[in-house]
Write a protein that binds this ligand. Structure first.
Ligand code: ADP
Ligand code: MG
Length: 462
């Protein structure tokens, strides 16, 4: 292995292909690698052009080790790869690996090919591609409001929700919109990092005596986006640094947007003074999408891809993959890749077979409304039948509302579905119950603890 300094993307790619052909079947090579066109090679990153977004998905799922190895052999050291969709209807950059380096890459078995450089906004994470449903309506409205009037209404904006529900997407969309809205003058400085990147850069800056440069980078931002702040947990010096960054930007009237997997007050091991700063602005939750939204997301994504899939297939995916939009996309990509290679119509059985692991994963996550009702009834010592009854005394109505709130939080069921399961109540009643419980929790520490305790018990039961 020699340390060569090739900089021509074609040459690197040619050598890589030479190595690759020793590792994978001729058929696989012809199908997945021959059509690839190298685009550029800069600062250790090779950009490869592909016709549609199935390539990065499929290559990442099946050939990432071989590709990495071949690149290493061809170039003499590690090379990052990014795929770019160059033709067809799609003009969209698709990274081979997970877009967001910190979330569930391990779970989805990805992560071997590096993603876009830190600080970059992912081109397809714009408002136009973000499908709005009951689960994200409020958060989307808040994000749009922030993008239209940065630092004027909600500062900071704090978006929270479980993994794969669109936090990063929404956050990038704000960045794109603010850049787009700026007319004349210098373009706004948008800084996007995860809390882990913030921490790492901070440590590196200390080690290299570059703390002033570090501070400048963050404190000169017009818009600061910090993703997944739950990873600040226990990192006291980084929190301290971030606290000062926050204050500097806030005082300078700059917009700050944060995301986390839970509301500000529930982020573990976070200094109280940071929590209270976060509470100055607005917290907006992203809930799991209901069936209509899942279907709408699938339709929008399928329309962008070059493969035609029947409504039946999309409905099947939407029904089965519920808890996480990233997984919803993964399921769609899998089916689309199959359809691209086979002319035959997909049968239900084939779809089931293709998505076996997605479906199994869902089953593992499934927590039923009934289980939640049972646990809440036990905890508050009421009868299970009171969950569906029309009885209104507080000692019954409140636990019932808490159960609705927990169903909303812990299951991907729609408001309608939840209402149905609570004696045929309508979706407005469920929404009202959720809001009331949230408001009560904010006022009543005892209640908050009780509900958190229930939440934990139910999470464990998953
Ligand atoms: P999180 O940061 O909450 O883990 P992401 O923002 O990374 O989630 O979203 C996961 C994937 O799901 C991304 O590819 C994103 O584009 C997609 N996604 C999430 N919400 C939506 C939505 N409402 N409409 C379209 N795509 C969505
Ligand atoms: Mg994210």
């Amino acid at each position: 292995m020699q340390e060569t300094m090739i900089s021509d993307p074609h040459e690197i790619w040619q050598k890589t292909c030479h190595e690759l052909q020793k590792l994978i079947s001729p058929d696989a090579f012809r199908r997945w690698f021959s059509p690839i066109k190298p685009i550029s090679f800069e600062s250790g990153r090779l950009v490869l052009g592909v016709d549609n977004s199935i390539y990065p998905f499929w290559i990442e799922e099946n050939y990432s080790t071989q590709l990495k190895e071949s690149l290493g052999l061809a170039f003499g050291r590690d090379v990052d790869v990014t795929f770019e969709v160059t033709t067809g209807r799609q003009h969209d950059t698709e990274n081979a690996a997970n877009d967001n380096p910190v979330d569930e890459s391990a779970e989805e078995g990805k992560g071997s090919i590096k993603t876009a450089p830190a600080g970059d906004l992912i081109p397809r994470y714009v408002f136009e591609t973000f499908v709005v449903g009951a689960n994200n309506e409020f958060a989307t409205a808040a994000a749009k409001a922030v993008a239209e009037s940065p630092a004027k209404i909600y500062n900071p904006l704090f978006v929270h929700g479980a993994v794969g529900l669109g936090k990063t997407h929404l956050m990038h969309a704000i960045g794109h919109q603010i850049v787009k809205n700026k007319k004349g003058g210098k373009p706004p400085k948008v800084v996007y990092v995860t809390s882990e990147q913030f921490t790492n850069e901070f440590i590196t800056a200390i080690q290299h005596g570059e703390i002033i440069k570090f501070r400048k980078r963050f404190r000169q931002a017009d818009l600061l986006l910090i993703d997944d702040i739950q990873f600040f947990a226990g990192k006291e010096r980084s929190q301290e640094e971030f606290f000062h960054t926050f204050n500097a930007l806030f005082d300078g009237n700059k917009q700050i947007v944060l995301t986390s997997d839970c509301p500000p007050s529930e982020v573990k091991n976070l200094e109280q003074r940071l929590v209270s700063r976060f509470e100055w602005g607005l917290a907006a939750e992203l809930a799991p999408p209901d069936i209509e939204t899942r279907l709408a997301i699938l339709k929008a994504k399928a329309a962008k891809m070059d493969v035609r899939l029947g409504d039946g297939v999309l409905t099947f995916i939407a029904e089965r993959v519920k808890a996480n939009i990233r997984r919803l996309e993964g399921a769609l990509n899998r089916v689309a890749a199959w359809a691209a290679l086979n002319d035959k119509k997909l049968t239900q059985a084939q779809v089931e077979e293709l998505l076996k692991d997605f479906i199994q994963q869902e089953a593992r996550n499934a927590l039923t409304i009934e289980t939640i009702q049972k646990r809440v009834a036990e905890t508050f010592d009421i009868r299970m039948t009171d969950m569906t009854s029309k009885r209104r005394p507080n000692n019954i109505a409140i636990p019932r509302m808490i159960a609705m709130y927990l169903c909303r939080k812990l299951t991907p069921k729609s408001l309608q579905e939840i209402g149905e399961a609570f004696g045929g109540r309508d979706h407005g009643t469920v929404l009202h119950a959720c809001k009331k419980v949230e408001a009560d929790m904010a006022k009543d520490e005892n209640l908050r603890q009780q509900i958190n305790f229930l939440l934990q018990k139910l999470e464990v039961a998953r």
